[in-house]
Design a protein around this ligand. Structure first.
Ligand SMILES: Cc1cc2nc3c(=O)[nH]c(=O)nc-3n(C[C@H](O)[C@H](O)[C@H](O)COP(=O)(O)OP(=O)(O)OC[C@H]3O[C@@H](n4cnc5c(N)ncnc54)[C@H](O)[C@@H]3O)c2cc1C
Length: 552
């Protein structure tokens, strides 16, 4: 293989979302000579969870309002005590700088009557949520392009390349021509988002998920296979979503004072454990919603009619203008006026995410995984409820570390055998001996997730999932893919199945209940702080995954 078969760079970023864009900008800002490549599966100006915009930065330590220590304490509460504080501290320290940077780039942060940022409470303790308006993703992408990073759109990464124990690059699929391309780099940042397509939404639509459906745990699988550890996979999160539209709104609705009501029109949260409501609020709220529905008091809805018109307008402004304009059309078509009608909500499918939960790759305060040269940032990193500021802060931190170390470019490591293996696997998919369409394959394991992995969990159900899907892990290599797009879908499904199985293993391992709904074990109904107030780590062993407690 000749050197000309490869594309060389100093810093390879997998995923051009919030974390990836910020990492590129920071690296080029510090070292204008550094060559940065972003491999993006979709099109960078609208890709990822923040594809259009967002109406707030959920977690900023605004001077005079909170301190970094307050923030770390708030996250520890949200994480139900299962927490390694380093990354949250870094996020807290950098968060206000991120806000100022975004403001300088043209994002709008509305001010109150006294000219201060509008900072609301979203965490159980402290105020960290800052209202924001504007087309965040377009602005981030413009900065990444403007800083001189080389962007390869429509290039999903399928495999990482190593040289001995170090990371040495990645192999991506060019969706336009179907060719595999190898990128050689001494430092790789995984920034490919969370794992959205794990459970199946109530609509049954594969892509109608709460989290960005194009991010499906590929970063987790790539990192794990390269030798990095995973954590938090038993934290199978779900959010409340507008029925059928499957849109967000939860944080906007709640922070502006909307009430959750049941089908009888009653506010019901008060009925549930008040002390626990103060902790792990999201999982507890979801648990309460499910209990109302199971008791025949559904459906559950957000009600706004008690709010002043000005507040409802603020909600509509955030959701309809900044975050999801199609929601306005949806409400109009359904005849829903927030001033009068409640909005029915359902629990979303189960998903795995660092930025919206606890699940992700394990990294240090610079996002470095245990594998030399391999970093992670954003929703694929275990950065407890780091949200947007977490993704961008860790993108920045990673870039600083890489520029500081300026590692030499490697040779092409084990790219040749990996490429050969990948080509053989692509051929296998072109033949498609399984004869089952990838969407049916994906539907099947996600339906099984709903039945056996989603809470309430039990050892019997979790083991059943692992047994049922065992054969699928072999059959997946014969899934048919007629073209490059189909091939990408196959790799997405493989990553989704990988993550779902890791979630089942971690859920089986943690023999207690914690995090409200998210890890509710009927066979271990109590929280056991003595044995389980610790993270569960999953690392790759010679015979399969090894699960351990971080603090035995
Ligand atoms: C519905 C919703 C609402 C939210 N609202 C808010 C909010 O108001 N405030 C807030 O602070 N946070 C919010 N968040 C959280 C925030 O959006 C995320 O934490 C943040 O966008 C994560 O950034 P990221 O870079 O890790 O991932 P993303 O921004 O999702 O970017 C990941 C990128 O990787 C690409 N990719 C995926 N797989 C591959 C692959 N194999 N190869 C190459 N590229 C790949 C994707 O196309 C995508 O561009 C919200 C999240 C959701 C889902």
């Amino acid at each position: 293989m000749a050197r000309s078969d490869f594309i060389y760079t100093d810093f390879l970023i997998v995923g051009g979302g919030a974390a990836g864009c910020m990492a590129a900008v920071r690296a080029r800002e510090l070292e204008p000579e550094i060559d940065v490549v972003i491999l993006e599966k979709a099109e960078i100006s609208r890709s990822g969870a923040a594809g259009r915009g967002m109406d707030a930065l959920n977690n900023v330590v605004v001077p005079g309002i909170a301190t970094v220590a307050d923030y770390v304490e708030a996250v520890e509460i949200v994480a139900d005590g299962v927490f390694e504080p380093t990354i949250s501290r870094v996020i807290g320290e950098r968060s206000f700088g991120i806000l100022q940077r975004l403001e300088a780039w043209g994002l709008h942060f509305p001010r109150n009557d006294r000219g201060n940022y509008i900072v609301n409470q979203f965490h159980p303790k402290g105020r960290f949520l800052v209202e924001m308006r504007g087309e965040l993703k377009k602005i981030l992408a413009a900065q990444a392009i403007g800083c001189g990073a080389r962007i390869f759109n429509r290039h999903p990464v399928l495999e990482l390349v190593k040289q001995d124990e170090r990371i040495a690059g990645a192999i991506a699929l060019n969706l336009d021509c179907g060719e595999l391309k190898t990128f050689v780099a001494p430092a790789v940042l995984l920034a490919a988002g969370g794992a959205a397509r794990i459970g199946l939404p109530s609509t049954g639509y594969l892509h109608g998920t709460f989290d960005c459906p194009w991010c499906n745990g590929e970063a987790h699988k790539l990192g794990y296979e390269a030798g990095a550890s995973l954590t938090g996979f038993e934290y199978t999160a779900s959010s409340s979503m507008t029925r059928d539209f499957n849109g967000p709104g939860l944080s906007t609705f709640i922070r502006h004072g909307a009430w959750l009501i049941n089908g009888l029109g009653e506010r019901f949260m008060e009925r549930y454990d008040a002390e626990r409501l103060e902790r792990a609020p999201s999982g507890i709220r979801m648990q309460a919603m499910r209990e109302e529905i199971n008791a025949g008091r559904g459906p559950v809805a957000f009600s706004f009619s008690h709010l002043p018109v000005k507040t409802i307008q603020l909600i509509e402004d955030g959701i309809f203008e900044a975050e999801r304009p199609t929601m306005r059309d949806y409400f109009q078509r359904k005849g829903i006026d927030l001033k009068q009608q409640p909005v029915e909500v359902v629990a979303s499918e189960v998903y795995l995410c660092g930025g919206h939960g606890l699940a992700g790759l394990v990294g240090d305060g610079w996002g470095e995984t245990g594998v030399p040269g391999l970093f992670a940032a954003g929703d694929c990193l275990a950065n407890p409820y780091g949200f947007l500021p977490g993704a961008m802060a860790m993108g920045e931190a990673t870039a600083e570390r890489i520029v500081d170390r300026s590692p030499a470019r490697p040779a092409f490591g084990d790219a040749a055998p990996r490429l050969a293996r990948l080509r053989a696997s692509v051929e296998g998919h072109r033949r498609g001996a399984l004869g089952v369409a990838v969407r049916d394959f994906e539907y099947k394991f996600r339906r099984l997730v709903n039945e056996y992995v989603a809470p309430p969990k039990s050892a019997r159900k979790l083991q059943r999932f692992l047994d049922e899907t065992e054969a699928m892990t072999r059959e997946q290599d014969d899934l048919p893919a007629a073209d490059a797009h189909g091939l990408m879908k196959v790799f997405e499904a493989k990553a989704g199945l990988f993550c779902a199985r890791m979630a089942a293993r971690a859920s089986l391992f943690r023999t207690e209940s914690r995090f409200g709904l998210y890890h509710e074990r009927v066979d271990y109904p109590l929280q056991d702080d003595q044995n389980w107030k610790t993270r569960v780590l999953i690392s790759r062993g010679p015979d399969g995954p090894i699960l351990t407690r971080e603090n035995p």
